[in-house]
Ligand binder design. Structure first.
Ligand code: ZN
Length: 148
């Protein structure tokens, strides 16, 4: 399994060094801020939802490689999806991260997380789970701000 772990490390480093969708969006896009005081991570998510579709999403902030690469991967995974799909991806990702707050949304067994599975190894380091899920929790706040 060493090969797979190397691949996963490469994916995480690639998103850290070359973040996708980094930046800000002007209103009417909404934004939400998240902090992980345990590690000092800060993430701000900008979200543009039109007719139930996440037409654009960007993030800014600073922090450890896990928090920033997870946010980058998250934006890549949800951009262009409808809100129900986005919530399903969040649900599945947090389930992979062993964070089970939203037990009302069923887990979509057919959904594949693709590159996001690179973050699965973080589960072995419980203190880093908050780093990996910070951008995702902030995305949920932004969805609430967008009333989507
Ligand atoms: Zn962190």
């Amino acid at each position: 399994m060493a090969g797979l772990e190397d691949l996963y490390r490469e994916i995480i480093l690639d998103h850290y060094r070359t973040p996708r969708n980094r930046g800000e969006l002007e209103p009417p896009a909404v934004s939400a801020e998240g902090h992980n005081p345990l590690c000092g991570d800060e993430i701000r998510i900008f979200l543009d939802v039109r007719d139930g579709i996440v037409t654009d999403v960007k993030f800014s902030g600073s922090g450890c490689s896990i928090s920033q690469s997870s946010a980058s991967m998250m934006t890549s995974a949800v951009k262009g999806k409808d809100v129900a799909q986005v919530r399903a991806i969040v649900r599945k990702f947090k389930n992979m991260m062993t964070v089970e707050e939203d037990t009302e949304t069923p887990i979509d067994e057919s959904l594949t997380l693709g590159d996001l599975e690179a973050l699965q190894g973080v589960v072995k380091f419980p203190v880093r789970i908050k780093c990996a899920t910070l951008g995702w929790n902030t995305l949920l706040d932004a969805l609430d701000a967008a009333k989507a």
